[in-house]
Design a protein around this ligand. Sequence first.
Ligand SMILES: Cc1cc2nc3c(=O)[nH]c(=O)nc-3n(C[C@H](O)[C@H](O)[C@H](O)COP(=O)(O)OP(=O)(O)OC[C@H]3O[C@@H](n4cnc5c(N)ncnc54)[C@H](O)[C@@H]3O)c2cc1C
Length: 509
Amino acid sequence: MNPTPRAVVIGAGLGGLAAAIRLLDQGYDVTVLERRAGLGGRAYQLVDGGYTFDMGPSLITMPWLLEELYALAGTSSAEQLRLRPLDPFYRIWWMDDPRYFDFTGSDERMKAEIAKFSPADAARYDAFMARSKAIHEEGILVAGRKPFLRLADFLGLVPTMLRLDAIRPLSSFVGRYFSEPHVRQAFDFHSLFIGGDPGRVPAIYTALSYLQVADGVWYADGGVASVVRSLGALVEKGGGRIRTETAVARIETVGGRVSGVRTVGGEHFPADLVVSNADASLTRTRLLGEQERDALPWRFRKPRQTMSCFLLFLGTTRRWEKLHHHTLIVGRDYQGFIRDVTRRRRIPEDISVYLHAPSVTEPAMAAPGGESIYVLLPVPNLSSGDDWAIRGPELRDRVVRFLEEGFGLEGLSSSIAVEHRFTPADFASQLGAADGNAFAIEPSLLQSAYFRQPNRDRTVGGLYYVGAGTHPGGGIPGVLLTAEVTAGLIRSDAQAGRVALPGGRRTAA
Ligand SMILES: Cc1cc2nc3c(=O)[nH]c(=O)nc-3n(C[C@H](O)[C@H](O)[C@H](O)COP(=O)(O)OP(=O)(O)OC[C@H]3O[C@@H](n4cnc5c(N)ncnc54)[C@H](O)[C@@H]3O)c2cc1C
């Protein structure tokens, strides 16, 4: 009898862990190798002085994708997590206007919020949502669940996207329905959460706001790290092995096919297939040999990376009524801010920030009487040439002043008991992100689907990808879908004799 085929997953981000669960289900012998001391990648957790901070994703959407993964491992989210729906999902404030906008899942309340700014725009909400729903159902839910290995697969999608008007830039699409600037901003900022400039990403990303309204925005007690912990435990329960502090230095090949990986410490792990959850562009340029790298057509060699983030983690000794679980604060020059961060590649003159304060919902996330606050400021990636050892402290002071004096978190600076920061330089050094990107390869039209790093490598046999840099892309739902698409591809490749076929399933279906 053939031995159980071995799969090595490089990286224990949400994509890598989800892929490991799916490969165990297919009967592979799975080893996950992670360079950091803990699991989660961008969904890492920081605990200090009684304050707990999620360091990356904070909004859980499309929870049914997690449910599907748990079901595959023979469990359910009710057994693994305490998920709570948030209401409102978030409150949006503007620096140039005293009104706020509560984003919720109720059509009536959404229309009332829009009407605060423009009754005419409120009247167009139903039409906007109907079109966004069609784009979500015919675009994301179809295209996001299958691989795009051939140009023809992409071209096959174009007529649907044209019919749904989903190819034009997102901000232009939103502008066809809403004309009041604050309302437009409330419906086009969502692509920033996966690193997409609303002026450049296709309108297919309007699905990001639709899916929140349709399925809600959720919080898992203990933060997104609870999801990570549960997935890690399920990998081990399913018979998989996870090794932390084990960075992969090289994917080894024989005759154009993977044969294993070698770690920075020199250890060799033989493999019949390798799934890389490491940065998709750097997997090719750093982990493969020159011969395999050069085999790639030039147009796929240097993808454009997304912006990065400057993150501040503040544990405070007091609380503020103005702070919601999720709060967005839009600066006076939103367009200039986006241009600075994406196209001009410079630290923005005018800032817009997102605040996550899970202690508003779950007080145990902070020391008694305080808040655990994470501040996210989009900034250019390392291609801007900024020296973050110098820019970091300056920007920290600017952000704290902005929150205290501009936004109104009175006494913030004197109430900070615990403080940490994470800069583009940390995205590069700790997560191995190309140019210190926060959200992988930019989700522009010409870097999506067929044009993105495909789920199966274009030239090296047995090498697959999961995570935000491959299809369909970033965000928790996006990377869970990458694992589904990649595992499905491995299954059909195994049946077609392209990779080793396992003898049988090992975990419950
Ligand atoms: C600040 C921020 C906020 C976000 N907010 C949200 C949100 O609210 N909701 C949402 O849905 N999404 C959000 N996202 C996006 C979401 O977090 C990501 O798309 C997702 O977590 C990425 O998962 P991944 O599996 O692709 O990769 P990662 O999380 O990056 O994991 C990759 C792993 O591979 C490891 N690795 C890399 N190289 C090697 C190597 N050579 N050897 C071994 N290991 C290696 C890394 O250490 C890392 O652990 C946010 C992202 C950021 C940065």
